[in-house]
Design a protein around this ligand. Structure first.
Ligand SMILES: [Cu+2]
Length: 297
């Protein structure tokens, strides 16, 4: 009880700022990110609300979940990247040793690709065809020890190392993901997402955090993926507005004891198999051969 009171009290101190993706490296080139409440003309990062706030659990099936509550409209820049290269992005908040780290430490980190069906500058999140496949995820790594408090307002709960904590604590609030080498050429949104769980178990909220439940922080970055290899796969896609249900990620990380939960199922679809076309083709060959064997013998 004492523990959860302390945790909620510390939340109140930074409930107003949350965070934004403030800068990004795409295929070795640096780009400006977003501001609180406004976008930049030289940035491929779609907008964030003026308080950097989140999509609440009861809006997970609305347009807001696609790119966040202020990410519906496009930004002028679509950044070119070769399939197989990396995107690194920084979450700027108001915590950590320099006071500008992402401030929540209990939750998962996920990356999706979302086809723009043409130019991302024409893509509105209200379009019914907004659909994604997951390329990366991390949640609670129980092979690692639960870290000490460090520069956080309280010691993270959960019996292991949370992906969000890892990002801020060990990578100075930077996250890096590889665009799969087999990504088909075209324009995509990198739909990166943080899922903060510190109030996930309390849907009613508290005086300090009036909107309870899990907090969804999607961020969309407009990419033009180049791939001349011809080695591409087309993974199955999930409509963004169907990724979650309001019952996903409802957990209580503060019980049964200070170590909290011992495992966490990351919501949403599984990370896709981006194995090469050659491997997929071989698999199909085998499958076809088996079928024809069955027929002829
Ligand atoms: Cu927040």
């Amino acid at each position: 009880m004492l523990y959860s009171t302390l945790a909620l009290a510390s939340l109140a101190a930074y409930a107003s700022a949350h965070g934004i993706v403030s800068e990004v490296w795409i295929g070795g080139k640096w780009y400006n990110g977003a501001n609180y409440g406004s976008t930049n003309d030289d940035s491929p990062v779609r907008g964030f609300p003026s308080d950097g706030s989140y999509v609440p659990y009861y809006n997970v099936n609305t347009d807001d979940i696609v790119c966040g509550t202020n990410g519906h409209g496009s930004v002028p820049v679509t950044a070119t990247i070769n399939a197989g290269d990396q995107v690194s992005l920084r979450w700027k908040g108001d915590r950590g040793p320099t006071g500008d780290y992402w401030g929540h430490y209990e939750g998962s980190v996920m990356d999706y690709l979302m086809r723009c069906d043409g130019d991302c500058t024409d893509f509105q999140t209200s379009y019914g065809n907004a659909r994604v496949y997951k390329i990366w995820e991390a949640g609670l790594d129980t092979s690692q020890a639960r870290p000490d408090q460090g520069f956080w307002p309280s010691r993270p709960s959960g019996n292991g190392l949370w992906a969000m904590d890892d990002m801020s604590r060990n990578y100075a609030s930077w996250h890096t993901v590889t665009i799969p080498a087999t990504t088909a050429p075209g324009q995509y949104m990198l739909r990166h997402e943080l899922l903060a769980l510190q109030s996930a178990s309390d849907l009613d909220g508290t005086a300090e955090t009036p909107i309870g439940g899990p907090q969804y922080y999607p961020a969309c970055i407009q990419l033009n993926v180049v791939n001349d290899s011809g080695n591409v796969v087309y993974p199955p896609e999930t409509p963004v507005r169907s990724i979650y249900s309001t019952q996903d990620a409802i957990v209580n990380i503060y019980t049964p004891g200070p170590d909290g939960i011992t495992s966490f199922d990351i919501p949403g679809p599984a990370v896709v198999d981006t194995a090469s076309k050659k491997r997929a083709a071989r698999r199909n060959d085998r499958h076809t051969r088996r079928q024809s064997f069955g027929k002829t013998h």
